[in-house]
Write a protein that binds this ligand. Structure first.
Ligand code: FAD
Length: 381
């Protein structure tokens, strides 16, 4: 067992940290205030090949895999969880094309996605189906040389900015059968709807995608007819949850750094509060949460890269790290006293951002269902 990152991964971490420090850090507050990520940020990420990390080399990607992806997300989220959230979903949108796309679909979309010329998302959730994707109402009707889709997707990351979306729909002639389609911005009947105003992850674009008699050519059916649920669950289970783990790890690191710095400067009774055992214990708990999140997250990502089953491992890392992010952000605010709740200090942002990580890519309750299924199978005697 070797817990060290290789040289290539260390270089990637350095590059991601430099980007985060030099490009993102000066703009993090502007992103928060304007609730918008400037398009130059996406361009800068494209130039650094951050969209290309999991795309195979034959389609213009780096082919580096999921440990590498997690490193990038961790470093970016340390400075801006909102930007990391967007990047994680763009990777999520690419994944079904890599895994289930036809050769034509891969050649058509992957090189542009890897280069960041176009952005992708996955649109599963609806008002009637979040934790239970079978509750969705979007329908697909075969029509001539394609399909007609109708429905409204909600809480979609990148609803406004994504150029393509992998859409889950149920077949109108057999509502128990779900298929996945690649919809493009600009297709007749496809548009983004309202944008949500969220308590945290400000700047990340979350909103509706509306499909009104949206015509999808038959070559944009993704995978086999009826494979929609498998495609969606694979993407969210192995890429969405991995991404949220990376985002949570970066946020936890940011909380610890802010707390160590504040505790070293805040003087009470003639000495910095970092000398108080009560404060040190909080820092120790935060550190334990970071270490556990990183061990779980990178192990699950390594399993994914090795082609091993990793569904339960990502559910566990997602559950643990996102709950840990909330715990740690709360402790960071506590260490800051009243200052922790003031806009001047970033820890209040971290707490708001951490809370939104829990429902994204599946709530903690749903992660527990996945974990429980595995426990009952793996430990049955
Ligand atoms: C910032 C953000 C970004 C998102 N981005 C995307 C995206 O890009 N694409 C996309 O498709 N979706 C996206 N989502 C939606 C997300 O996947 C859903 O919010 C999530 O699956 C939960 O669904 P829900 O919000 O409808 O909650 P519900 O499913 O209505 O759940 C409500 C409550 O019931 C609990 N619950 C539900 N079922 C069970 C059960 N069986 N046992 C125990 N408890 C249960 C839940 O844990 C929760 O506490 C995003 C959400 C957020 C917050």
């Amino acid at each position: 067992m070797d817990f060290r990152f290789n040289e290539e991964q260390e270089m990637l971490r350095k590059a991601a940290r430099e980007f985060a420090e030099e490009v993102l850090a000066p703009r993090a507050e502007e992103i928060e205030e304007n609730d918008e990520i400037p398009t130059e940020i996406f361009k800068e990420m494209a130039e650094r090949d951050f969209f290309a990390v999991t795309v195979p080399e034959e389609y213009g990607g780096l082919g580096l895999g999921h440990v590498a992806r997690m490193i990038i997300l961790e470093e970016i989220s340390r400075v801006s969880a909102a930007v990391a959230m967007m990047l994680q979903v763009f990777h999520l949108g690419i994944h079904p094309l890599i895994t289930f796309g036809s050769e034509e679909q891969k050649q058509k979309y992957l090189p542009d996605l890897a280069a960041g010329k176009i952005l992708a998302t996955v649109a599963i959730t609806e008002a009637t189906g979040g934790s239970d994707p079978t509750g969705i109402q979007t329908t697909a009707r075969p029509d001539g040389d394609g399909y007609i889709l109708n429905g409204r997707k909600v809480f979609i990351t990148g609803a406004k900015v994504a150029d393509i979306a992998v859409i889950l729909a149920k077949m109108n002639d057999d509502p128990g059968v779900f298929s996945a389609f690649i919809a493009e911005k600009g297709m007749q009947g496809y548009r983004s709807g309202r944008t949500e105003v969220k308590m945290g992850l400000k700047g990340s674009d979350t909103g509706d995608i509306i499909l009104e008699d949206c015509r999808i050519p038959k070559e944009n059916l993704l995978g086999n007819p009826g494979a929609g649920l498998k495609i969606s669950l694979n993407a969210v289970g192995e890429v969405g949850r991995a991404g949220m783990t990376g985002c949570a790890m970066g946020l936890i690191t940011a909380c610890i750094e802010a707390s160590v710095s504040f505790a070293g400067q805040r003087v009470l009774g003639g000495k910095p509060i970092s000398k108080l055992q009560g404060i040190q214990w909080k820092l120790a708990e935060m550190f334990a949460d970071l270490e556990a999140s990183r061990l779980m997250g990178y192990r699950a990502a390594a399993l994914k890269d090795a082609g091993q089953p990793c569904d339960a491992e990502f559910a566990t890392s997602k559950y643990f790290s996102c709950e840990a992010a909330v715990r740690v952000a709360k402790l960071a605010c506590d260490i800051h006293g009243a200052y922790g709740y003031m806009k001047e200090y970033p820890v209040q942002r971290y707490l708001r951002d951490a809370h939104l990580m829990i429902p994204s890519a599946g709530t903690s309750d749903i992660m527990k269902l996945v974990m429980a299924r595995t426990v009952m199978k793996r430990y049955a005697v």
